[in-house]
Design a protein. Structure first.
Length: 294
């Protein structure tokens, strides 16, 4: 309730909010295609991301029962980030997780929420913070995940849940303990993977912002999206996407931007230039193994 009151206060008096000189930009990193990454491999990706102004990675991960290397790679990612002054947060991929995995999700969140490389979110009023830093946690889909249960199980740790929500109207009445939301609609669409003529507009962003009513919005940016598999086969209208979408972000000024994606080669949404040295080229092998993974 206190957060909603503060959010309403800030929405009513935007002139009181201290503008951030720089707003964070994260990139969506698919952990499921880097089974053999070492800490040095993570450092190579991080250095490349830092060179173009990215502040951190959203670590898209599956449960250990799906990818037994998930724990190892999360640890490697956070270690590399700590050593290079980079930030990370977990993005649970609900193509594989379920609401029945709350205990395991809670354990992972609790393990990293106080890590030196953990990404946090806060709101400031003048020079004083009025909402404490909260460790960011997000998802791919998973709209009905109960974040209240996670927070209640971690009473000494501040969590800021920014899950991916598919229908922004859900946000107006959601009772799931979310603190804000992330949109996956980074391409011209009327919802889901339904393609419409371009160019990209901000209609989905505006729906999210309206229904969030002052709560933080993590907006998606993507260069393009095309894929060719028997289970998914489409090309989004993205000819002017890279420039146009960043111009829209400068106008909208969302609290956070998440680039979709860093390395999802199967969807051709990547912004990284090459796989880490000494590893299979994920641009060719990931498609075969992880075609359905979004």
């Amino acid at each position: 309730m206190a957060k909603r009151i503060v959010a309403a206060l800030l929405a009513a008096m935007p002139w009181m909010v201290q503008s951030q000189a720089e707003k964070p930009v994260y990139a969506h990193f698919i952990v499921g295609i880097v089974e053999n990454y070492t800490v040095d491999d993570w450092k190579a990706d991080i250095a490349q991301a830092q060179a173009i102004g990215i502040d951190g990675f959203a670590l898209n991960c599956a449960p250990e029962r799906i990818d037994d290397y998930t724990p190892k790679q999360l640890a490697n990612a956070y270690q590399a980030a700590e050593e290079l002054g980079f930030k990370m947060f977990i993005s649970f991929d609900f193509a594989y997780w379920s609401t029945g995995d709350t205990a395991e999700i809670t354990d992972i969140v609790g393990n990293y929420s106080s890590h030196p490389a953990q990404a946090y979110y806060s709101i400031s009023l003048f020079a004083n913070k009025i909402l404490d830093d909260g460790a960011i946690v997000s998802t791919f889909v998973g709209d009905n995940m109960d974040w209240n249960a996670v927070k209640n199980a971690l009473p000494d740790q501040k969590i800021t849940a920014l899950p991916n929500i598919q229908d922004p109207s859900f946000l107006a009445s959601a009772q799931t303990g979310l603190d804000g939301a992330f949109s996956w609609y980074a391409w011209p669409t009327d919802g889901g993977n339904s393609i419409i003529p371009g160019p990209m507009t901000t209609i989905w962003d505006e729906r999210f912002i309206q229904n969030l009513a002052g709560r933080p919005y993590m907006a998606p940016v993507s260069p393009w999206f095309f894929t060719h598999f028997n289970t998914k086969n489409w090309v989004f209208i993205c000819e002017d996407q890279p420039t146009l979408r960043w111009e829209q972000m400068l106008t909208l000024q969302p609290e956070i931007v998440e680039i979709v994606t860093w390395n999802a080669a199967a969807n051709r949404t990547t912004v990284t230039t090459a796989p880490a040295p000494g590893h299979q080229d994920t641009r060719t092998t990931a498609s075969a193994r992880f075609g359905p993974r979004t």
